[in-house]
Design a protein around this ligand. Structure first.
Ligand code: KG4
Ligand code: ZN
Length: 344
């Protein structure tokens, strides 16, 4: 079969990333992070769009150079069409559309949440892909979802967060502790040397497979306020234990619903995806529970957990298999269900 080269462009939030896949293999993946947001404690949409504009040309050029390809050798241009920050999405979409028009190549609009899941189908040495159907817990800065995946084009949303996402819970708690954005990786690091049983925070009792993290955030806030009244140095003196206890609570909440979804559906192929899947505590708890539950587990490499162009390119590969390219007036959307088919 002819080798397909797909360029994938990701610009839905605060990372500008471009990758090239050859079939299901990644031959280039280049990401420019946006440090500008750390001083504001969260992503500032207008600044993100501007940074995408200055990063997109060098990032795409670097990816093509790394792949050793000229643009004319590409077989399709994939980009994140939804969901995400509208201004950020527009930068990637406009660039992808111009390239597709100029090169007369198929334009492949990708659903970002599906792409996080399809990162599991990237072919990597030493890594196997899940068998269909599989369950995927997608945990990122904007989403926490349990999705049943029947094929690369069929996704059923089983449960999702009703308020904050898991990544948001990490980031907001980190901010309360005085850490910079994004706080998730810093909590992860601090938790390594902390006692996860030292402090208790509230855990929701949710029916079905949905999540809620706002109660945890509030209980963390009130706890810190109480402690700080007695000891202004409380956070500084207990930051590892605070991080470890918070992280353990988030992991327990995530795992409880995932285990219920797996038990009820009878599915034993279970995957993690999204930025929070980079969390070492979650990866460990997931593997440990899996062995007692008889699951086959799948976790992407670190570089394919957080936002990346490779997951967009592999999604584009599957879209191309399903038909021709999309029209140039394809819209971008801030909100989009993981179940929506990204139709080429
Ligand atoms: O998937 P992603 O890169 O972007 C979105 O689509 O949102 O996820 C970003 C989120 C942020 O909330 C960040 O704090 C969190 O993933 N994150 C982590 C870790 N690495 C990234 N959270 C906990 N532990 C980590 N190691
Ligand atoms: Zn993401």
């Amino acid at each position: 079969m002819k080798q397909h080269y797909i360029l994938g462009i990701e610009s839905s939030c605060d990372d500008t990333s471009a990758a090239v896949t050859a079939g299901r293999k990644v031959i280039a993946n280049v990401t420019a992070n946006q440090d500008i947001h750390s001083q504001y404690g969260g992503v500032v949409p207008e600044l993100a769009s501007r940074a995408h504009q200055s990063h997109i040309v060098p990032v795409v050029s670097a990816a093509l150079k790394q792949a050793g390809l000229s643009p004319s050798e590409l077989n399709g241009i994939a980009f994140t069409a939804a969901p995400g920050l509208l201004g950020s999405l527009l930068v990637g979409a406009s660039f992808a559309k111009s390239l597709a028009l100029a090169l007369e190549k198929p334009l492949l609009p990708v659903n970002h949440m599906q792409a996080h899941i399809l990162a599991h189908l990237i072919e990597e040495e030493g890594n196997t892909s899940p068998q269909f159907p599989f369950l995927c817990l997608t945990v990122s800065g904007g989403h926490s979802q349990i999705v049943k995946v029947e094929s690369p084009r069929e996704f059923t949303l089983m449960g999702q967060t009703l308020d904050d996402a898991a990544g948001e819970a990490f980031d907001k708690a980190a901010k309360l502790m005085g850490l910079t954005y994004p706080g998730g990786p810093q909590i992860d690091k601090l938790a390594q040397s902390g006692n996860p049983k030292r402090f208790q925070f509230s855990e929701p009792r949710m029916k079905g497979y949905n999540y809620s993290f706002s109660g945890l955030k509030t209980s963390f806030l009130y706890f810190l306020q109480d402690q700080l009244k007695q000891n202004p140095d409380f956070i500084e003196q207990n930051k590892s234990d605070l991080a470890a206890s918070l992280q353990a609570t988030i992991i327990r909440i995530l795992m409880q619903q995932l285990e219920r979804a797996a038990r009820d559906s009878g599915i034993t192929e279970v995957a993690l995806a999204g930025g929070v899947a980079a969390n070492r505590g979650l990866r460990q708890a997931f593997q440990q529970r899996a062995s007692s539950l008889g699951w086959q587990t799948y976790i992407p490499s670190f570089e394919y957990c957080t936002d990346n162009g490779a997951m967009i390119a592999i999604s584009g590969y599957y879209l191309l298999q399903g038909g021709e390219g999309a029209k140039l007036d394809t819209p971008v959307r801030a909100r989009e269900s993981v179940e929506s088919l990204s139709r080429p």
